[in-house]
Design a protein around this ligand. Structure first.
Ligand code: F0G
Length: 463
């Protein structure tokens, strides 16, 4: 008997596939061995041994034919490449920042801005930490202070803007240390470590007013800003009819400057930049970039990379493109919920975050439940995910003790335009299987710990 058509109109990706990249299929035994050799750290796996790679959305995107065509137009002159000027024009047009310095990726821009603005002993409030951002703030002698709203630390709280800053926490900090010790407030959106959660325009305006009142600068980690713009359009009154480009421009208008890792929103494989309306900061960054990255018209990038970035900026603000991206993440989250797998709510922009604290409730945080879960998922199906819990949080700079974050998560991050809904179905089935057999899983112990950003290279053994 045929079903009645109920008027539903599905949507799909606004692109089709022109080139494919075959992936290797492996057995469970093979993967048991591979993850053991990788010290139970998914960062240390060979990508050839991975079936569906959800480690990160960083630099793992599929470029469009228009971006690939642009690669052939690379002007590889040492100075004054035409691709630089095209990119500079687009940074002005879409981010509204007059001054711009390219860098090879995001953390290079974080390095420069931290060195330029932070003096030893300064405090830098932010809406939750990000690993590389905080590492550079600390290297410059700064002390990171988390001022995100409390709801962000609760995986079940349904607040639509869990990336918001708690103004009372800013007030408390200024009371404690004085505004002179706060070089800038650092806002990211959506907030990676909170589960890809956005801030609202209303909250951003309140933070800006606070900064103006206390003469504190406001800087933006705009790495995934179009996702934040998309959530504002979906969730905040008055933005339904604005374009992603308009909302992005409005967000950026509140900041003195920003940096990005172009490896996300811009859908390229490498790149980053620092952009600002502050002529003094620009002058310093332009001087510094020649020491660490390269001349200020290439900043560690090839001309062709800058061309792909410039074209990526034009594509990233396309509504159908961003809707398909976030729609895919949402589809994955909803499927996992069907199997009862605990995830961070609301479903974020770039990733679905599994609540490892709940899933492996029998494993204490000292035995790395999230790290353990990444290994189990890999063994089950070859799906690669990333720990975002106690390993990523690292040690306290002063006491040397492990930081114990509330959130003990596994991140399933979606490269843009790379995987299909069928890949997601396979991945969801695997995670549902791991979830069903969770009681049998044992924790890990750390047997090697590097000095910086330990999650990248740490090694583990089963307890
Ligand atoms: N800021 C945010 C919010 C990021 O997510 C990243 C990178 C950076 C800065 C640093 O940029 O990697 O180009 O040097 N995030 C990647 C991730 C690594 O997997 O979330 P980068």
């Amino acid at each position: 008997m045929s079903e009645e058509y109920q008027g539903k109109r599905s949507w799909a990706e606004p692109y089709k596939i022109k080139v494919v990249e075959p992936i290797k299929m492996t057995t469970r035994e093979y993967r048991e061995q591979a993850i053991k050799e990788a010290g139970y750290n998914t960062f240390l796996l060979r990508s050839d041994d991975v079936y569906i790679d959800l480690l990160t959305d960083s630099g793992t995107n599929a470029m469009s034919d228009r971006q690939w065509a642009g690669i052939m137009l690379g002007d590889e002159a040492y100075a004054g490449s035409r691709n630089f000027y095209y990119l500079e024009d687009n940074v002005r047009k879409y981010y509204g920042m007059p001054y711009f310095v390219p860098t090879h990726q995001g953390r290079a821009a974080e390095h420069m801005i931290s060195r330029i603005l932070i003096k030893p002993g300064d405090y830098i409030p932010g809406n939750m930490y990000f690993t590389t951002t905080r590492a550079h703030q600390e290297l410059a002698g700064g002390i990171f202070v988390d001022v995100i709203i409390d709801e962000a630390h609760d995986p079940e709280d349904e607040h639509p803007f869990k990336g918001n800053v708690d103004i009372a926490k800013l007030d408390a900090l200024v009371e404690r240390v004085g505004a002179a010790k706060i070089p800038y407030v650092c806002m990211a959106g959506p907030v990676n470590m909170a589960g890809g959660q956005p801030f609202s325009m209303e909250n951003l305006r309140a933070v800006k007013a606070w900064c103006d009142k206390h003469s504190v600068r406001l800087w933006f980690d705009a790495t995934r800003a179009t996702e934040n713009a998309y959530f504002i359009k979906q969730r905040e009154a008055g933005y339904q009819d604005k374009t992603i480009a308009e909302i992005l421009k409005e967000i950026c208008s509140c900041f003195e400057g920003l940096w990005i890792s172009a490896k996300k929103d811009l859908m390229v494989n490498i790149g980053g930049f620092l952009a600002t309306r502050d002529a003094e900061v620009f002058e310093k960054a332009r001087n510094m970039v020649v020491l660490f990255e390269g001349l200020h018209t290439y900043g560690g990038l090839a001309g062709r990379d800058m061309e792909a970035m410039a074209r990526g900026i034009e594509e990233m603000v396309d509504y159908d493109t961003i809707r398909a991206r976030i729609g895919q993440v949402e589809y994955c989250g909803r499927q996992l919920e069907r199997f009862g797998v605990p995830i961070v709510r609301p479903i974020g922009g770039h990733a679905v975050f599994l609540d490892a604290k709940k899933i492996l409730a029998h494993i204490p945080q000292e035995q790395f439940p999230a790290q353990t879960l990444t290994a189990e998922i890999y063994i089950d199906s070859g799906v690669r995910s990333m720990e975002r819990g106690i390993v990523s949080a690292g040690r306290d700079k002063d006491t040397g003790q492990d930081k114990k974050p509330e959130l003990e998560l596994v991140r399933l991050t979606f490269p843009r335009r790379v995987y299909t809904q069928a890949h997601i179905d396979v991945m969801v089935e695997s995670i549902a299987n791991v979830y069903q057999n969770r009681k049998k899983v044992r924790g890990l112990k750390m047997v090697y710990e590097p000095e910086f950003l330990r999650f990248f290279q740490a090694r583990f053994e089963r307890v």
